[in-house]
Structure formats: structure tokens, C-alpha cells
Write a protein that binds this ligand. Structure first.
Ligand SMILES: Nc1ncnc2c1ncn2[C@@H]1O[C@H](COP(=O)(O)OP(=O)(O)OP(=O)(O)O)[C@@H](O)[C@H]1O
Ligand SMILES: [Mg+2]
Length: 241
């Protein structure tokens, strides 16, 4: 079945006089792995915020599972199965790792045994052994995994991972990629926003590239890597760092 599970139609978002995003149209199929790349400030997080409901678009529509969700609150979309992890992990630092999972599970109505579900999710990201530890004492890798676990608690149909590998070593990146691959193999569509090019190229079935809020390319990873416009705006920028 090829109907889109998630659809953005002519979405725009402005902050005062600055048009940060759009107009942009993007679709995601069930089970797909979509990479989102683009230079700093190109609108990637703004797009994700419009998808999840953190921001209301200035124009255009967002559809999820055949329902118009443009004005639906983030927690309602989350309950429908749209989950995201944040670019900057925001754990509850005074709580244990397990308690950090129980908080989002508390907001879901249909979890029979939240503690068992929390342990199951922690095990799926390799954090079961840290369940009793205080979240504030986690390493960068563990914080990234906890951020993913919190997003996965409600068994989403789509996971949006906003720079889930930033600041990690190559070995740690492999670790997170393996988690996302397993998750995708279990049927969850993944949108990966990422500056780490080898990771997003390896993971994605399809990649879109944004520049100043506009979609400048949409295609297979190989085609994106060789697209002259993408190379100019994105790889050219990376090369200067
Ligand atoms: N809440 C806001 N108020 C005003 N301007 C904003 C706001 N959020 C984002 N912007 C601006 O919108 C543009 C797009 O920002 P956005 O965070 O979406 O970029 P990004 O592609 O996610 O960048 P990065 O790769 O650095 O995370 C930038 O110019 C940014 O400064
Ligand atoms: Mg961003």
C-alpha cells in the first residue's frame, strides 16, 4: 500500500517577517526511512515542529493517517502514533531512567502495565541496566538513547529523530543506527534529521534536502549525494567547517 501515512501540503511557517519554511509539500509512506538534510537554519526543525504540532503552520495542511491534523495538539498526534525525539535531549534530571519512561507512559490510556512496557522499551535501546540510575548522570550516548526510548514508549507508527546522533563517536553512531534499523524493521517509519552525512546516507531509503525553508531535492541517497544543487548548498557548507 502506497498511500502516504504523513503528508505536508503547501506548508509555510513565518516568524515575524522571516519565512523559515515553505511553501513545502512532503509525503511519507508507512514503514519508510526518510532522511532530512540541509544547512543550519534551513527549516528542518521548523518542518518537524509543524508535523508534530509544536508549531502551527502559517499556511498549508498536515495530514496523518488520513486525518487532517494541522491544528491538533502535539499530545493528540502523539497518541495517534506520531513520536519525535528532540535535538537537545530534555530528560527529567532529578528522576531515574525508569521514571523518565513512566512519565510519557502515564499520558497514554491503553498501557496495561506501564512499568513492564518501560522496561521493554529500555531494553530495546540497551538501557535496561541503567533503569535505576538518575537520568542526570547519563553519558551523552545514554541520553540520546533515553530520548529515543521516551519517544518510543507509546509504540508509534512514525518516529521523527531530530539529530539523534549529534555529538556521538562513530562507534556510538553505529549503536544508535542499529536501534533505528531494528525499529524500522519492526514496521515503524523513521524520519531522520541529521547533519552526519554518512549516517543519513546509510540509513535512508529516500532523502530530502532543504535550503532556506524550500525543498531543493528529493530522491534516493545516491542521487542526492550527486545532485549539484545539494552539493553546492550543503556539502559546500560542510566543507567550510
Ligand atoms: N521560534 C522561532 N522564532 C524565530 N525564528 C525562528 C524560530 N525557530 C526557528 N527560527 C528561525 O527559522 C529558521 C529555520 O530554523 P530551524 O531551527 O528550523 O533550522 P534547522 O534546519 O533545524 O537548523 P539546525 O540544522 O541548525 O538545527 C532559522 O533562521 C531560525 O533562526
Ligand atoms: Mg534543527
Amino acid at each position: 500500500m502506497s498511500d502516504p501515512i504523513l503528508l505536508v501540503e503547501n506548508v509555510e511557517k513565518s516568524f515575524g517577517a522571516l519565512r523559515a519554511l515553505g511553501p513545502i509539500s512532503v509525503s511519507l509512506k508507512a514503514g519508510e526511512r526518510l532522511g532530512v538534510i540541509g544547512p543550519n537554519g534551513s527549516g528542518k526543525t521548523t518542518l518537524i515542529n509543524c508535523l508534530t504540532g509544536t508549531l502551527t503552520p502559517s499556511a498549508g495542511e498536515v495530514w496523518f493517517l488520513g486525518r487532517k491534523v494541522t491544528d491538533l495538539a502535539p499530545h493528540r498526534r502523539a497518541r495517534m502514533g506520531l513520536a519525535r525525539s528532540f535535538q537537545i535531549p530534555k530528560p527529567f534530571t532529578g528522576m531515574s531512567v525508569l521514571e523518565n519512561l513512566l512519565v510519557p507512559l502515564d499520558h497514554l490510556h491503553d498501557v496495561a502495565d506501564p512499568r513492564a512496557r518501560a522496561m521493554e522499551v529500555l531494553a530495546s535501546v540497551g538501557l535496561a541496566g541503567r533503569a535505576g540510575h538518575e537520568a542526570g548522570g547519563l553519558t551523552q550516548l545514554e541520553l540520546r538513547k533515553l530520548e529515543l526510548a521516551r519517544a518510543l514508549a507509546g509504540r508509534p507508527k512514525v518516529l521523527i529523530a531530530d539529530e539523534a546522533m549529534a555529538g556521538l563517536s562513530d562507534r556510538e553512531i553505529d549503536d544508535v543506527l542499529a536501534i533505528l534499523e531494528r525499529l524500522n524493521e519492526s514496521g515503524v517509519a523513521v524520519i531522520m534529521i541529521e547533519h552526519i552525512m554518512h549516517a543519513v546516507m546509510r540509513f535512508s531509503h529516500r532523502i530530502i534536502c532543504l535550503e532556506t525553508g524550500r525543498l531543493i531535492a528529493d530522491g534516493l541517497p545516491d542521487a542526492i549525494a550527486n545532485d549539484p544543487l545539494v552539493q553546492k548548498v550543503y556539502f559546500g557548507e560542510q566543507a567550510r567547517h
